[in-house]
Ligand binder design. Structure first.
Ligand code: SF4
Ligand code: SF4
Length: 371
């Protein structure tokens, strides 16, 4: 077993030490827990949690970063939109550097395209009303946390009758991805650390099928290192129960923000704006009912249909194993390109591009520690 690090990263040192002791008591054989939230991935790396827990406990990073799971073909569609002379692409900043098959939005902007970084979808609606001769296209990426704000912006555009704003609805849904991950062969998985923000919208009940039908314990956790350690302890207690014949269940460590039924206002906004559809996850492939398309009433705001932009067949970067990492089969350090040909400064694959990607988090926090 490794030595304890100092607990500087924790606000409550003694409490953290107690939780780490409890983790060590509970791990009695090979165990794999997966977090599916980019912010959890970063917090685990930054606080050095992997180095505090027994080696038999593998902490895996799933498909928790919206940038990482956006397929190349979708990035290529946004690039094609940016190349249209009468189109302004409005996007969150983290999409700028993501490489498509042969360019990025950052490069297109340098070449003269009108690409603007905004902080919300409502900014895109504002832009559209200020510049009525241009089509403002917002790139909708993210999970159930960001999609309600985009839904609200689209409904606002309808209410204010702003015709020249549309969206690429590239959103992904967490519970169907978890159900899919459970069924992936050749991969042991004993429990999920479920994302806090997503769960505050959809509610912890959304994970019941994963726990009840697939028998995998789920614990919704917050984002402080202490929250994550407490969530790991709760998961390990469930894993022990399941191994001795008990039933898996959904528990919430982050009850200060998450209710079983979620946020009804946000959920009804989502229902009004989107229909559920099969979606492509980068590195993973199609997952049934894991994305959104615009509802029939809002179809006229679909950027791809409005601009007539097809999704091209993408070519994935050679040698990148992001897919295997997001499925929990490999760790970033298993990739031969990690830290040499592929770094956050010069990324090859999506998991190194986004700061919440598992390769970038490993490079920033854990690679340094081990070199
Ligand atoms: S739950 Fe919040 S922090 Fe985690 S990936 Fe989703 S948006 Fe990011
Ligand atoms: S290190 Fe780079 S190339 Fe390898 S899996 Fe991660 S992002 Fe892909």
């Amino acid at each position: 077993m490794k030595e304890l690090l100092d607990f500087e990263a924790f606000r409550e040192g003694p409490e953290a030490e107690g939780l780490v002791r409890r983790v060590r008591e509970l791990v009695d054989g090979p165990t794999a827990l997966m977090e599916v939230c980019g912010t959890h991935t970063v917090a685990i790396g930054r606080a050095g949690i992997r180095s505090l827990v027994p080696e038999e406990l593998r902490l895996l990073s799933g498909p928790g970063c919206p940038v990482c799971v956006t397929p190349l073909g979708e990035i290529d569609q946004t690039i094609e939109a940016a190349r249209r002379p009468d189109v302004t692409v409005a996007t969150f900043g983290d999409m700028m550097r993501v490489p498509g098959s042969e360019s990025s939005l950052e490069r297109e902007r340098a070449a003269g395209a009108d690409v603007r970084v905004v902080t919300s979808a409502l900014d895109a609606v504002k832009l559209a009303s200020e510049e009525p001769s241009r089509e403002i296209v917002f790139i909708g990426v993210g999970f159930e946390t960001t999609s309600p704000t985009v839904a609200a912006a689209l409904l606002e555009a309808e209410r204010r009758d702003v015709p020249n704003v549309s969206v690429f609805p590239f959103f992904k849904l967490v519970p169907p991805a978890l159900e899919f991950l459970v069924g992936v062969p050749d991969r042991a998985l004993d429990g999920f650390l479920c994302p806090g923000h997503v769960s505050s919208i959809i509610g912890s009940n959304a994970y019941e099928p994963v726990a009840r039908e697939a028998g995998i314990p789920c614990v919704v956790t917050g984002f402080e290192p202490l929250d994550i350690l407490a969530g790991i302890v709760m998961l390990l207690e469930q894993v022990r129960d399941v191994r001795s014949g008990g039933a898996a269940r959904v528990e919430t460590q982050y009850s200060r923000a998450v209710r079983p039924e979620g946020n009804p206002t946000a959920r009804s906004l989502l229902d009004e704006t989107f229909d559920t559809a099969d979606a492509e996850w980068r590195g993973i492939g199609a997952i049934p009912a894991s994305g959104y398309v615009l509802s029939q009433d809002l179809m006229h705001r679909d950027a791809a249909a409005k601009l007539g932009i097809e999704r091209p067949e993408p070519a994935e970067p050679e040698g990148c194993i992001c897919g295997a990492i997001m499925l929990g089969r490999k760790l970033p350090g298993d990739c031969p390109l990690f830290g040499t040909d592929c770094t956050p400064r010069d990324p090859v694959g999506p998991c190194m591009v986004s700061s919440e990607g598992s390769c970038a988090a490993h490079f920033r926090y854990e690679h340094r520690r081990s070199t």
